[in-house]
Design a protein around this ligand. Structure first.
Ligand code: G4P
Length: 534
């Protein structure tokens, strides 16, 4: 039995391990699957490498969604991976990338309390990392950086730090420093305790040397004159010109602690994990329309951040994923679905690991539970015992692909509209209505695959075959303006003005240049990258 957590000031007898709920954000191929697997190994959640299905098994997108489901392996079935490590319960939220990158990926970040940003040392900050980073930055959650693949030639560490600061606009503080790289990678030096960890390659036991300080002769003997001089020089530069570690700034998401390593060689991962669990925040308070809800509050509450349809083709079921924010969850408990006012019993809650599902008996703030959804849940819905409040609305994020959608058989118009409405509510796709031609429906998707899934499900679940005409836009911006719509100057680049499901005005643009043009021509217009706060 683990010690009851004092972190939440829990009532006697309701002890549980403190939670650390986070997501790994990265560009495809940076090594997220590899790093996740190593973390699971440390947590004892898997016994050997290879248990987590690699991306090759889920690489090809096909037009058959069932096939897509089958091939995606862990990225679909493991919305959350949970394991215990050093008296903490770790929840890793999966953020699908590759071809299944979608709005879900962004929304999952709203359920995380912190993020681990994984960067390939050779590639630096890549596009998908930037997008995911921005969502984390919007929420102000702490971001920890792991620079991966040091066993290969990559960019200079100082250049990588500069890139992080310039491209992402976040200050950085290296917690350890790499010595050499690629063939000449010798290991890492931990700045806080002067410990040198020697890189020993895949599968070999790691050797570490505890030095008194960076000038240590023992360290010099281990590294050789040249690399020891370089290490001293670089660390001195960091001490003088770099940002010092500041827990408060980390907590506010303004400073990212940086770690170096090689996930594949399982090097630097344990050091990272040990510091990460000390620094990463426990579940914090969440905003509702009735004020803040604290994780220590007695009554159960949580919100739906993801709805996964047809997870199991044999059952054609839907599962709503709920991020718990307060209280204690017990199987069979009754809660209120606040939007509809209905009482529901949480009888068959599940947690997911790999392909299997496990029925759970209890859960705590920070945990994710999956419940069967008969079709009544929407993204952002609140479930709570008191039935009195709603969590802050989840934002909509800018899609990157747009298409007009038509029903092939006009007799199916009713089914078509029902499908559009339900799939939009489920968050499978964004649906817009053109302002001056309200019968024209426009779809927005963050990832191309969302369109395929949408078409498939419209036919399979609603009996409405649809046709899509792709539109040349790649950016949506939510508009805030005091001007009348017809006074706006926006049609130079055939930008399109539409309304989203909540009736907010949204403008669709072909490129960034067009967005800047509109801002210049319309001083009273403010463009937002998400619907957050509108
Ligand atoms: P992802 O989930 O972020 O897409 O990345 P994944 O872990 O699948 O890793 C992408 C590729 O990078 C894989 O190689 C993986 O072995 C490699 N990789 C991950 N971490 C490291 C590292 O620390 N050092 C080096 N050198 N390579 C690393 P692959 O050849 O594409 O696939 P596979 O044949 O290894 O499965």
């Amino acid at each position: 039995m683990n010690e009851p957590s004092k972190e939440y000031g829990l009532r006697e007898g309701v002890g549980h391990e403190p939670r650390r709920t986070f997501a790994i954000i990265s560009h495809p191929d940076a090594g997220k699957t590899t790093l996740t697997e190593k973390l699971l190994l440390f947590g004892g959640a898997i016994r050997e490498a290879g248990a987590v299905k690699g991306k090759k098994a889920r690489r090809h997108a096909t037009s058959d969604w069932m096939e897509i489901e089958k091939q995606r392996g862990i990225s679909v079935t493991s919305t959350v991976l949970q394991f215990s490590y050093k008296n903490r319960r770790i929840n890793i939220l999966d953020t699908p990338g590759h071809e299944d990158f979608s709005e879900d990926t962004y929304r999952t970040l709203t359920a995380a309390d912190s993020a681990v940003m994984l960067i390939d040392a050779a590639k630096g900050v890549e596009p998908q990392t930037i997008k995911l980073f921005e969502v984390c930055a919007m929420r102000g959650i702490p971001i920890f950086t792991f620079i991966n693949k040091l066993d290969r030639e990559g960019k200079e560490p100082l250049a990588l730090l500069e890139e992080i600061e310039e491209v992402l606009g976040i200050r950085s503080c290296p917690m350890n420093w790499p010595i050499g790289m690629g063939q000449g990678f010798l290991g890492i030096y931990n700045r806080s305790d002067n410990r040198f960890e020697r890189f020993t390659g895949r599968g070999e036991e790691m050797k570490s040397i505890q030095a008194d300080d960076i000038e240590s002769e023992q360290l010099r003997a281990e590294l050789g004159d040249e690399l020891h001089d370089k290490l001293q020089e670089e660390v001195m530069l960091l001490d003088i010109a770099g940002d010092p570690f500041d827990a408060e700034l980390v907590a506010q998401g303004k400073l990212t602690p940086v770690f170096f390593g090689s996930a594949i060689a399982n090097f630097g991962v344990e050091t990272f994990l040990n510091q990460f669990i000390e620094l990463a925040p426990p579940p914090g308070p969440r905003k509702t329309d009735e004020g803040l809800v604290e994780p220590t509050d007695d009554a159960f509450s949580g919100f739906v951040f993801k709805i996964q349809a047809n997870m199991n083709p044999a059952h054609r079921d839907r599962v709503a994923f709920i991020r718990m924010c307060s209280g204690k969850f017990e199987r069979g408990m009754n809660v209120t679905h606040v939007r509809t006012g209905k009482k529901i019993s949480l009888a068959q809650p599940q947690q997911f690991f790999g392909q299997g599902r496990e029925i759970i008996d209890e859960a705590f703030p920070g945990d994710i539970i999956g419940i069967f959804d008969p079709g009544s849940f929407r993204i952002g819905d609140t479930l709570c015992e008191t039935g009195r409040f709603n969590f802050e609305k989840l934002p909509q994020f800018s899609p990157e692909h747009f298409a007009r959608v038509y029903v092939k058989n006009t007799l199916k118009y009713k089914q078509f509209h029902k499908g559009l409405e339900q799939l939009a509510e489920e968050g499978a796709i964004q649906v817009y209505r053109q302002v001056n031609r309200t019968e024209d429906m426009v779809l927005g998707a963050v990832g191309q695959l969302q369109f395929e899934v949408f078409q498939y499900r419209m036919k399979a679940e609603y009996g409405a075959e649809v046709e899509l005409t792709y539109l040349p836009y790649s950016i949506a911006r939510w508009i805030e303006t005091s001007d009348d719509l017809d006074k706006l100057n926006y049609d130079r680049y055939s930008n399109l003005v539409v309304r989203d499901q909540d009736d907010h005005l949204v403008m669709l643009f072909p490129n960034e240049f067009a967005t800047r043009w509109v801002v210049e021509k319309n001083p009273n217009v403010v463009l937002h990258t998400t619907s957050f706060g509108l």
